[in-house]
Ligand binder design. Structure first.
Ligand code: SAH
Length: 369
């Protein structure tokens, strides 16, 4: 039914709320992450910021504000923004947020369907597929993107692996039901790892294909990818669920009207990078944000805000992002980085010949010079 292409309710008035919609600090710290990686990689004179599934555009807007505040640092760097979005409604909301509505349909260039210029003067392009984004040194971002992609579900039975399929419920209108495949399916043969120990497994092959593409691009053209989502490292089983109006919703009822989501299996993403890049994480959101200096940023914002309502809002949103019982523990950060970002290529031969590489912020404490 195409939830994202027809409805796509991100935000307070929609079906689910995300970290960038809760606090500006989230996007600001991610903006700092990119600057810190750009510096660590020797300040290349151009980069593309590529976001997959930008929702309302809030995260990119917060990142671009940081880039603008640090304009003196980035002054010699040519930055462009590339958004991969399938939802016509959300791309309009993004255009409004980022450019104030000043966009043009882009007929002459077949790959980007829309283009515009950000409020801070940075060119922005919209695409439907990561493959359409031009090659080049790129920083990729996927926040609550992979969990939105479709999964296969599998159940171990006495007769071996069976695929959990979705069928029409003949008794109830607008209701689906789960059925088990009577025999093995192509998916059970292709997507279950031989060493699998769980009895129920969810696999998102589309996420695997996208990670393969990101890893190849980073290996070839340089850059990094930051993935943040709720997920696990290959341990969880049945996580498929729906959200409608901020409440859990039966995934089989009224198809197309609720956000469907499944936890991201980071161990699968790591495997799909196929050693083309190094990977870091998953690390818990509260550890990542702490390493990025969220406490200091909160203190500064508290000091600068005069009224009690704003201060309360700041403290409340900090708690939402950091509290282990809210978003602090279940959300994770994961990164793809070129191998040479973590180990000097010639380290084996001449270990002492180069200065040490700076640690990757977020996964370690931020050290901005
Ligand atoms: N990153 C945003 C929104 C997350 S919701 C935030 O954190 O607030 C998921 C986003 O992915 C939406 O923008 C949705 O339209 C987009 N999306 C879903 N499936 C997609 C696909 N196959 N290709 C590109 N974008 C997709």
């Amino acid at each position: 039914q195409g939830y994202y292409t027809r409805r796509g309710g991100v935000g307070e008035s929609g079906d689910f709320i995300t970290s960038p919609e809760i606090s500006q600090v989230f996007g600001e710290l991610i903006g700092i992450w990119y600057i810190s990686e750009w510096m660590a990689m020797g300040k290349p004179n151009t980069f593309q910021l590529v976001e997959l599934g930008p929702g309302r555009g809030t995260l990119t807007d917060d990142i671009l504000r940081v880039f603008n505040q640090l304009a003196s640092v980035l002054s010699k760097c040519d930055v462009s923004v590339h958004l991969v979005e399938v939802s016509p409604k959300l791309s309009e909301i993004q255009a409004m947020m980022l450019t104030g509505g000043k966009v043009q349909p882009n007929a002459e260039d077949k790959s980007a369907y829309m283009k515009g210029v950000s409020k801070t003067g940075i060119p922005i392009f919209w695409y439907r597929d990561i493959q359409d984004v031009p090659p080049g040194y790129s920083f990729y971002l996927a926040h609550e993107f992979f969990d939105a992609l479709p999964i296969h579900k599998f159940q171990r039975t006495e007769k071996g692996w069976r695929e959990v399929l979705v069928d029409i419920d003949p008794e109830v209108p607008d209701q689906l039901r789960f059925v088990l495949s009577p025999s093995r399916t192509p998916a059970t043969q292709n997507f279950i790892q031989p060493e699998e120990t769980r009895d129920h497994v969810e696999v998102c092959p589309e996420a695997g294909v996208i990670v393969q593409r990101l890893a190849s691009r980073i290996e070839k053209d340089g850059g990094a990818a930051l993935v943040a989502d709720y997920g696990h490292d290959g341990t969880k089983t049945d996580t498929f669920r729906g959200f409608r109006n901020h409440k859990l919703h039966n995934v089989l009822r009224a198809p197309g009207t609720a956000d469907l989501t499944a936890d991201v299996d980071f161990s699968y993403l790591r495997k799909m990078a196929q050693g083309r890049t190094a990977t870091l994480g998953p690390i818990k959101q509260r550890e990542f944000l702490k390493n990025m200096g969220i406490d200091l940023r909160l203190q500064v914002l508290l000091q600068n805000s005069g009224d009690t309502a704003t201060r309360e809002q700041l403290l409340h949103s900090y708690d939402m992002l950091m509290n282990p019982e809210k978003m602090g523990d279940c959300f994770n950060f994961f990164a793809l980085l070129p191998h040479q970002r973590l180990v000097h290529p010639d380290k084996k031969d001449k270990p002492e010949s180069k200065s040490p590489l700076p640690p990757v912020a977020g996964f370690n404490e931020l050290l901005l010079k």
